[in-house]
Write a protein that binds this ligand. Structure first.
Ligand code: UT7
Length: 325
């Protein structure tokens, strides 16, 4: 009998320090950086973001989200035999944040590694975990998206610093006789490395190059709206489904206008789209599991429903995962 993987629990965590647009506008004004609540809301849909305290790391956020997902699934940490953390803001150059999370959870012994696909990281990580469960390499996985993007923001650059925030989301993915994950469609095009990147690196004991986020927002926007539709349609075709069958579109939470455009192309009304970008801004790899968990905990997203998860970001990377909850 075929083996599938299935989400059996979700969890998320936002650090307590919340900055509304008004708070951020006031903070930025002190250093002569001009922006406004009106501009941020109109261009992005973002109303607030959360920033982790200085002594809080990516693995702390990831561990908190993972604990909530484990509780929802009714599993103990010791049941977990695979942890994948999608992040671009790891605690260290190495070892992986997944290994640090594994130790914090007390889930030692199984496989643990990070996936680096920036804002597409969660759909990449979910696809890898699904393949490992289908193959029999793992039974009970934690798939986590976690970021502390506040650490890589240039607060002198108003075109990027108003957009991002910190947070984590997690799912427990377990082997099942019932599907579960139905189809994935992942892509990358490395010729667009420069449109969204943190170009610095560690060399000889110091940072070489710029360690802060750079983005050509318009270039990312244009690419994103095209590829998200393609990935969604490809995943639907692989599963023999149609857009009209989707109960919930759960896209990367970067910009409400990108989500509206994708929904329109798929002919889905906005009331079938889970939107949380207003509450936490763009949290990169954490945004999809944060939105998924918010949908599940609000009672809107229910077991048995068909969900389309979609990510897009630096690399340039993009992808979609179609699943039955
Ligand atoms: O997570 C990975 C995926 N990332 C994304 O999906 C981001 C994709 N890109 C976007 O979401 C949008 O391109 C942005 C939100 C980044 C920018 O929105 P836009 O509508 O493309 O604005 P723009 O870059 O065309 O800038 C319009 C104007 C410019 O002024 P001028 O040249 O028209 O005078 C900017 O200087 O808005 C100005 N501007 C701002 N004004 C106030 C840019 N940032 C700000 C700001 N506050 N924070």
């Amino acid at each position: 009998m075929r083996r599938y993987s299935r989400i059996t629990g979700t969890g998320s965590f936002l650090p307590p320090r919340k900055l509304t647009n008004a708070d951020l506008v006031e903070q930025l004004a002190k250093t002569g950086v001009e922006t406004s609540d009106e501009w941020i809301v109109e261009r992005t849909g973002i109303r607030a973001r959360h920033f982790a305290a200085d002594d809080v790391s990516c693995s702390d956020l990831a561990t908190a989200a993972a604990r909530r997902a484990l509780e929802a699934a009714g599993l103990a940490a010791s049941d977990i035999d695979l942890i994948i953390v999608a992040t671009s803001t790891p605690d260290m150059v190495f070892p992986s944040t997944a290994c640090i999370v594994q130790n914090k959870l007390g889930a030692n012994g199984g496989a643990a590694f990070d996936v680096q696909a920036v804002c597409s990281g969660f759909v990449y990580a979910l696809t890898v975990a699904d393949a490992m469960i289908q193959s029999g390499a793992a039974n009970n996985a934690l798939v986590i998206g976690a970021e502390v993007f506040s650490r890589i923001l240039d607060f002198k650059d108003r075109t990027t610093c108003v957009l991002f925030g910190d947070g984590a989301g997690a799912v427990v993915l377990q082997a099942s006789r019932e599907p579960g994950i139905l189809a994935s469609d992942l892509h990358a095009d490395g010729k667009h490395v420069g449109i969204l990147c943190v170009p610095g690196h560690v060399s000889g004991g110091s940072i070489t190059g710029d360690p802060l986020l750079k983005m050509d927002g318009q270039a990312v926007f244009k690419l994103a709206v095209g590829v998200l539709e393609e990935a969604a349609l490809a995943a639907l075709a692989k599963a023999g489904k149609q857009a009209v069958d989707i109960d919930w579109l759960i896209p990367h939470q970067a910009n409400i206008r990108i989500m509206q455009s994708t929904a329109k192309k798929l002919k889905l009304p906005m009331d079938k789209v889970v939107v949380t970008v207003d509450q936490h801004g763009n949290t990169s790899a954490a945004s999809i599991p944060l939105a998924l968990d918010a949908g599940v905990r609000s009672g809107k997203v229910k077991p048995g429903q068909l969900l389309m998860l979609e990510g897009v970001g630096g690399g340039f990377t993009w992808g979609a995962v179609l699943l039955k909850l």
